[in-house]
Design a protein around this ligand. Structure first.
Ligand SMILES: CC(=O)N[C@H]1[C@@H](OP(=O)(O)OP(=O)(O)OC[C@H]2O[C@@H](n3ccc(=O)[nH]c3=O)[C@H](O)[C@@H]2O)O[C@H](CO)[C@@H](O)[C@@H]1O
Length: 365
């Protein structure tokens, strides 16, 4: 029987959403008859991105807990109770054969309820340091797919499988898309292209840096695709189509963005890092210092330590950026070396391996 019912839950940021979409797409190609339902958090990105990818989604009233005492924290227990109740209704109505969680707050109640109803659950952890939701869910999960070594510090060892992070199919063949990509972005062919990515939500300090360096880029004859994030778009859109700059709040065609780029300046969220390994181009990481356990620096250092990318700490960008950037641009050899080395770190079969694990769970049911 292949009329499986599959629930996927994860969201809040792109880092949790795109792995879920990649897994769903792979399962859909294996089981065209299967039914899929996503569960996310109301008002978060997934409510827009999942339907765009062609799937149904239900939103729970849930959010993270803040570190200080705020009104939001006082209503947090009510959100948990409400979302557990809603998750229970969703699970009872949809009757999934398996539940897959990719992190983010909504996956907490949904996977908890699924596991409590004896539905096999698989969680996928993108980072080298797990988020709180996956840590709470680990004991009830049947399988835990991870992308880094050393996760047995947090999860039961016998459940862990190192697969890498799932990456959307379209990113696997970007080398064939350069011309199409440059046309798509209206870029000049043959002109050096910088891609700036601030993570799925955008990065304030990277935006400030890019704004400050626009003249510098101009003197270097560089054209730029600048993803500044939804929150910052109003502020930076004035630069759109000036000095060879294109400003986007969000890039819906990451394959084209990567294909058009000669060099990439980026945050170091886990999915971005996995994608950049597949892309194989010279990268300068500016990790966010504002995430749990400084995990973006760890994500980036796993690459930098293999001489496969450069890193500039956020606190050093004003002092170091121009130097490091222009040295790299001036050295085609160094760019080639970094691009070749980062590609060696790619785990290209992650999505397939995770789908294999899901299949095993479906078949043992
Ligand atoms: C500030 C924050 O909490 N960041 C976390 C968040 O990052 P964030 O949501 O930025 O996650 P990632 O960098 O892992 O992934 C971003 C995803 O969004 C896509 N994308 C991004 C920009 C864009 O314009 N278009 C687009 O499609 C990327 O291709 C990628 O697939 O989740 C990651 C995975 O748990 C964590 O490692 C990050 O630390």
């Amino acid at each position: 029987m292949s009329h499986y019912k599959i629930i996927l839950s994860g969201g809040g940021t792109g880092g949790h959403i795109y792995p879920a979409i990649a897994i769903a797409n792979e399962l859909k190609s294996r089981f065209p008859e299967a039914q899929f339902l996503f569960v996310g958090a109301k008002d978060r990105m997934e409510m827009e991105k999942i339907p765009q990818a062609g799937y149904d989604i239900e939103g729970l009233w849930i959010s993270g807990i803040q570190r200080k005492l705020t009104l939001k924290n006082l209503i947090f227990p009510f959100k948990v109770i409400n979302s557990l109740w809603r998750a229970r209704k969703i699970v009872k109505t949809f009757k999934p054969d398996v539940a897959i969680g990719t992190g983010g707050f909504a996956s907490g109640p949904l996977l908890f309820v699924a596991a409590s109803n004896n539905i096999p659950t698989l969680i996928q952890e993108q980072n080298s340091y797990p988020g709180i939701t996956n840590k709470l869910l680990a004991n009830k999960a049947k399988r835990i797919c991870v992308a880094y070594d050393g996760l047995e510090r947090f999860f039961p060892k016998e459940k862990i499988i190192k697969t890498g992070n799932p990456v959307r199919q379209g990113l696997l063949d970007i080398d064939t898309k350069t011309v199409q990509a440059k046309n798509f972005f209206n870029l000049k062919h043959g002109k050096y292209t910088l891609l700036v990515i601030g993570g799925s939500l955008g990065a304030r300090r990277i935006n400030e840096l890019i704004e400050k360096e626009l003249d510098f880029f101009d003197t270097q004859n560089i054209q730029i695709i600048w993803q500044c994030g939804k929150l910052y778009y109003q502020q930076y859109k004035i630069y759109n189509n000036t000095k060879n700059v294109q400003v986007y709040e969000f890039l819906n065609n990451m394959d084209f963005a990567y294909a058009a780029a000669d060099i990439i300046v980026t945050r170091a969220g886990a999915s971005s890092v996995s994608e950049l390994c597949i892309v194989g181009k010279p990268v300068i990481f500016i990790p966010s210092p504002n995430v749990a356990e400084d995990h973006q620096t760890k994500n980036a250092m796993a690459i930098v330590d293999k001489n496969a990318a450069l890193i500039i700490k956020e606190e050093d960008i004003d002092a170091d950026f121009e130097n490091k950037f222009s040295q790299l641009v001036a050295s085609p050899e160094k760019q080639k070396e970094l691009g070749t080395n980062i590609k060696k770190l790619a785990l290209v079969n992650a999505t397939k391996q995770i789908a294999d694990e899901v299949e095993k769970l479906l078949k043992t049911k």
